[in-house]
Design a protein. Structure first.
Length: 393
């Protein structure tokens, strides 16, 4: 708990105001983006391999159905010969197949289907031609419905010609079999393509999210580094100005300010290393002690009222104290600063606000972090008094 301070500032040197020696608990390192990307690549590879094997099994299954229904020996040989290129062709379900393979698979399956109609065998051999034509017409990003109709015409063409040659025979079964075989193949590949595209979109969203997470972490690191270095530079300027004023009339005090500046530089280097390795931890009491010393050196009265129990959001409130102190020393012409502490609340006011005050990017960044933590951070000026109020319920 932070005790109530009096109106007189406490004399705390930079070294005394450093964080406690107890090392903070460092969360376990998250999986690096490179590892996440490798896992996603392996998942994509497994998905592609699983789908390819599934399509090959479907093609072989269609061929087995056809072999179980045909009786002519040459037709059996043709089905076996056509099965090989058709199975290879469907393995290119996600990308364009080589032209020679597309021609070979379509030609052999067409010959088998024409021979089936000519020999009046059962029309199940149209399954192979339906798969070959179906996969070729669904490999593009946007499927043309007119090409799908043309593909249907190509598949049922042997039945139409047979009906013209032998009109006395009923070819309805052949027509239905060929149409259904083609429709099933096209539907299968269209559904597979749709599912794969959604999977690609999810993977793209994952990669975008990972890139945004990296950018946000870089932004957070840059903001914290700015807070550390900016605060230190302003304090060092104040210390050196005081040393310059006292160097002639009070050399001992000037040397004391220079020694404090050197200690502050060492502390800042340590804080920078801690930030780089994710071990930085700020405490409200420490930042208040630093702020009181700096205000005293600048001739600003500082009053601390109330107390704040230690909370998981202690570091956020400490950052508010540090940012407000830097802004007051840099931008305000304050004579008095008041800090009011409460359970989950911090209010800092100063009477040196310029009219109108400029927006403070550091407070804006902190406000975003307070919102993420379920709190608020508001700042504004009224009648020359600038107020910064932070709360987390």
């Amino acid at each position: 708990m932070i005790s109530t301070g009096s109106s007189s500032p406490t004399a705390a040197s930079p070294s005394a105001a450093s964080p406690t020696a107890a090392s903070p608990t460092v969360p376990p390192p998250a999986l690096p983006p490179a590892a996440n990307g490798a896992n996603a690549a392996r998942a994509m590879s497994r998905m592609r391999r699983y789908t390819t094997v599934s399509m090959a099994f479907v093609a072989v299954g269609y061929a087995l159905i056809a072999l179980s229904q045909v009786t002519h020996e040459w037709l059996i040989v043709g089905v076996i010969a056509a099965t090989i290129p058709v199975t290879a062709l469907v393995c290119f379900w996600e990308r364009r197949a080589p032209i020679w393979l597309a021609i070979l698979a379509t030609a052999l399956s067409s010959v088998v289907w024409w021979a089936t109609v000519a020999l009046q065998e059962l029309g199940v051999t149209s399954l192979l031609l339906g798969m070959a034509v179906g996969v070729l017409l669904t490999q593009t990003a946007k499927v043309n419905p007119f090409l799908l109709l043309a593909g249907l015409g190509f598949v049922v063409a042997p039945v139409g010609i047979a009906a013209l040659v032998r009109p006395e025979q009923d070819w309805t079964a052949y027509l239905l079999t060929a149409s259904v075989a083609y429709a099933v193949a096209v539907g299968l590949f269209l559904l597979n393509r749709y599912t794969w595209n959604r999977y690609l979109e999810i993977d793209a969203a994952r990669r975008t999210g990972a890139e945004l997470a990296v950018a946000q972490e870089r932004y957070r690191f840059a903001a914290d580094l700015h807070d550390i270095q900016g605060h230190t530079l302003h304090v060092l300027r104040l210390k050196t100005q005081l040393a310059d004023k006292l160097i002639d009339r009070d050399p001992a005090a000037a040397h004391a300010h220079l020694a404090e500046a050197q200690a502050l530089i060492s502390e800042t280097l340590a804080n920078t290393r801690s930030l780089a390795f994710g071990e930085r931890h700020l405490v409200v009491a420490t930042e208040l002690a630093n702020a009181q010393e700096l205000f005293a050196a600048a001739g600003i009265r500082c009053t601390v009222e109330g107390s704040m129990p230690a909370t998981p959001n202690d570091e956020l409130f400490a950052l508010v104290v540090r940012e407000a102190t830097t802004n007051i020393l840099r931008h305000a012409q304050a004579q008095e600063v008041t800090v009011r502490l409460g359970e989950g609340s911090l209010v800092i006011t100063n009477d040196g606000s310029p009219e109108p005050p400029r927006p403070r990017s550091g407070l804006a960044r902190l406000a975003e972090r307070f919102i993420a933590a379920g709190g608020t951070l508001q700042s504004g000026s009224a009648s020359g008094v600038f107020t910064t109020a932070a709360t987390i319920s």
